[in-house]
Design a protein around this ligand. Structure first.
Ligand code: SAM
Length: 395
């Protein structure tokens, strides 16, 4: 394909609105916050929920510390060259991205450098229609507190036999890309994904160089973040989001942290709750959460690995006082609802990244749980997304 042109390129970004990312780029930040807050208010006030003022992000640009981009092809003479960027809105055409104002600068430098490296090394790009080719996605993570960067190459096949030769050109290129930034390369790993699927990671990790994790600090707690473990992507706003959740956890309570990822909320509330149990289905996240609790000397926190829906029926009758729910965008499933409604849990602190499913779930909880208030939080400036912390009390 040839590079699609943005129909109305904006002075703030040459890829707007084609890339579909920064829906609010043409608005002031005040207007964006007002619209996001109104959206949450329109959805939740009909159910008697008080909606507080939105918490704006301390930073509107360069905030994204995780980058996940597909490789594509761009016509060049008689052949094709690798390109890298997001999908153009409503298609699987890859925009040849040259800039992204919401991405951390060091990550942007590395991303474009790896595209050029792949082009120089003539590494074939995966074609989802034929299943041929090799490079599928580039995944980058940066730890805000340490500057450490993890590079993940998602490839359609095993590690190349000549990967050491490839490293001889890749490492200096990355080093050059990071000059003048606060980023430093901590590791390069390959994820093998040979399936014909839209799921980005295949799950089999192969080392290329360095570590398969980066060290990140949130408040007083440190974590080892890997390619596949969930970690909030806006480090400037995450502590504020977690503070709002913590404010709603009663002192001395026994708390569940459901959908806990690497246990970041569990640790954050551990000095206020008497006991915390985190629930998470990704075994690597649970491993990382247990390691973090140990490394940070937090003794009143434990983690269980499995589906929340499977674990909740038993936990619902074990005398927990409060549950923090931080589900994926689709919200809470029916079985988890049934357990919550039958439980004796007094308080629900619902951290939602999708106001529509939050509104649906508020309606389903309504007979048993009274919504006290909801606080929109802008975790994703310039995009259409908004996070909300909603607090419920058993009637
Ligand atoms: C939005 S993230 C929240 C993670 C964490 N609270 C944080 O702030 O970093 C949702 C997490 O729920 C996990 N998850 C999704 N569905 C699940 C399920 N049915 N049971 C348990 N965990 C699940 C995902 O693996 C992911 O780590």
């Amino acid at each position: 394909m040839t590079e699609p042109k943005s129909p109305n390129a904006h002075p703030g970004c040459r890829h707007f609105p084609l890339c579909g990312g920064c829906t609010f780029l043409a608005h002031t930040y005040v207007e964006e916050c007002y619209r996001k807050e109104s959206h949450v208010r329109d959805l939740l006030t009909p159910m008697g929920c008080r909606v507080e003022r939105i918490l704006p992000s301390p930073r509107q640009d360069d905030w994204r510390h995780k980058v996940q981009l597909p490789f594509g092809k761009i016509r060049s003479g008689k052949g094709h060259l690798p390109t890298l960027g997001c999908y153009a809105t409503g298609s699987h055409d890859v925009v040849d991205q040259k800039e992204c104002r919401i991405q951390d600068k060091a990550l942007s430098n590395i991303a474009w450098t790896i595209r050029d490296w792949a082009s120089r090394e003539k590494i074939p790009v995966y074609d989802e229609r034929t299943g041929s080719g090799y490079l599928r996605h580039l995944l980058l993570r940066k730890a805000h507190s340490t500057g450490e960067i993890l590079v993940g190459l998602v490839c359609n096949g095993p590690r190349p036999l000549h990967y050491r030769a490839l490293l001889k050109t890749l490492l200096p290129a990355c080093e050059k890309a990071l000059r003048g930034t606060d980023g430093k390369l901590a590791g390069i790993v390959q994820d093998v994904n040979t399936r014909n699927t839209n799921v980005v990671l295949g799950g089999e990790e192969v080392p290329w160089w360095g570590r398969n994790w980066i060290k990140e600090k949130l408040g007083p707690y440190s974590f080892h973040v890997e390619l596949s473990t969930f970690f909030q992507v806006n480090p400037y706003q995450t502590p504020h989001l977690y503070d709002l959740a913590k404010a709603a956890v009663p002192h001395g309570s026994r708390a569940l942290d459901a959908y806990c990822g690497m246990g970041t909320i569990a640790l954050w509330i551990s000095d206020k709750a008497s006991q915390v149990l985190g629930l998470e289905e990704n075994p690597r996240s649970v491993q990382a959460a247990r390691a973090a609790a140990k490394a940070n000397n937090v003794a009143n926190v434990d983690f269980a690995c499995g589906d929340v829906a499977e674990m909740m029926p038993k936990l619902a009758h074990e005398g927990w006082d409060v549950v923090v729910l931080d589900p994926p965008r689709k919200g809470i499933d029916e079985r988890t609802f049934a357990s919550l409604l039958e439980s004796r849990i007094e308080r629900i602190v619902y951290v939602s990244c999708n106001p529509k499913t939050l509104a649906r779930d508020m309606e389903l909880l309504h007979e048993v749980y009274r919504p006290l208030y909801a606080n929109p939080v802008d975790m994703f400036p310039r995009t259409e997304h908004v996070e909300t912390v909603a607090v419920f009390q058993r009637r």
